[in-house]
Design a protein around this ligand. Structure first.
Ligand SMILES: NC(=O)c1ccc[n+]([C@@H]2O[C@H](COP(=O)([O-])OP(=O)(O)OC[C@H]3O[C@@H](n4cnc5c(N)ncnc54)[C@H](OP(=O)(O)O)[C@@H]3O)[C@@H](O)[C@H]2O)c1
Length: 327
């Protein structure tokens, strides 16, 4: 089959489409989908550069790129009960090294759910990794519910633009941090208050929060000690030696207020997101849909660190022109 792979670690141009890559085998608990589109995440670029290759991402080279996406099921394993051939699904692989950007991709049944019925498969592809990260950080780690106040950094990015909306859905008062150009966009997501990090250092924010979700992964708990006090929870998205140690201490119940989210794909969370999308309580903003031959450009864009919402690579000819980011 056709597949987008890298044979060595390096810059964007190590990515190439090849023909004759083996089609994935359908295991008893798996489904095979014909891929419609995948989303591009900062982690795709990190994996391509060789990050985590001695720890969590040990799959050998050459490797397929891609972590989350959408498509139509063409095969199901003998133990699969929720999904049928012909279903349109969206999901994320829990294989840390990724591997979904081919003509076909294998997912565990538990990593996918039926795609929202009210949006296209190209739009659905943008949701699984970034929105599950936001949901799991806010609901499971921050314990966001009614009467809580949360501050979200990177409020206009892939994770952040879902986080602002999800925190509102969970009933919280939501404040966001973004750059000047994104203030109007973050306001349209429902943020109650917005801070422009280009104009003022967030350390100067004169407010108190139950939780700060550092979706941008640019800060540390100590930076926000005034805004969090003793009891506020800080959650970062970026695994570093320090944040991994903090997360270990939290899981050992030694110091529980400094956390790291590790997104895990779950069909229950995908179903929740799908319900919100179909009931117009959550939307995805796609800055651009790239054609599959523009994979290098898509990686260059995600590496800018300034994508508004999500970017997606479509494997279907013509899909790239169907989405209007300003609609
Ligand atoms: N641990 C996990 O499970 C997990 C899961 C998903 C993502 N992540 C990580 O989370 C991070 C964000 O992912 P993403 O998909 O949201 O990335 P993204 O779409 O590229 O968004 C990056 C965001 O960072 C903001 N930003 C850039 N420079 C900044 C600065 N100097 N100060 C404050 N904010 C700044 C950008 O806002 P402006 O454009 O307004 O500057 C943008 O909103 C990445 O590091 C990613 O690897 C981790």
């Amino acid at each position: 089959m056709e597949a987008c792979i890298y044979k060595k670690f390096g810059k964007e141009n190590v990515l190439e489409w090849v023909d004759g890559w083996p089609k994935p085998e359908c295991k008893p608990d798996s489904v095979i989908i014909e891929v419609a589109a995948i989303s591009i995440n900062p982690k795709d670029a990190l994996l391509r550069k060789g990050k985590f290759s001695r720890t969590l991402a040990r799959d050998p080279l050459p490797r397929l790129t891609g972590l989350d996406g959408s498509g139509v099921v063409v095969e199901v394993g003998e133990n699969v009960s929720r999904i049928e051939v012909g279903d349109a699904v969206f999901g994320m692989t829990n294989n840390f090294s990724g591997g979904v950007l081919g003509a076909f991709a294998e997912f565990k049944e538990t990593e996918v759910a039926k795609a929202p019925g009210t949006i296209s498969l190209v739009e659905a592809a943008s949701i699984p990794l970034a929105a599950q990260t936001a949901l799991q950080a806010l609901r499971d780690i921050c314990g966001i519910s009614r009467d809580k106040k949360v501050l979200i950094t990177g409020a206009s990015g892939g994770v952040g633009h879902f986080a602002i909306q999800i925190a509102r859905r969970l009933g919280a008062e939501v404040h966001g941090i973004c750059s000047t150009d994104n203030i109007e966009f973050v306001s349209s997501l429902g943020a109650n208050c917005i801070y422009d990090y280009k104009k003022n250092e967030p350390v100067a924010i004169d407010d108190q929060y139950d939780a700060i979700f550092d979706a941008a992964g640019r800060y540390e708990r100590e930076y926000f000690s005034k805004q969090l006090g003793k009891n506020g929870i800080f959650v970062t998205t970026v695994p570093t030696g320090k944040s991994l140690l903090s997360e270990l201490l939290a899981r050992l119940k030694v110091r529980i207020k400094n956390r790291l989210v590790f997104v895990h794909s779950s069909h229950k969370d995908l179903n929740q997101l799908s319900d919100w999308v179909d009931s117009k309580k959550l939307f995805t903003h796609i800055q651009k849909v790239y054609d599959k031959n523009e994979i290098v450009e898509a990686h260059t864009q995600i590496q800018s660190g300034h994508t508004r919402g999500k970017i997606v690579v479509s494997t279907q000819p013509g899909a790239a022109s169907d989405i209007d980011p300003d609609a």
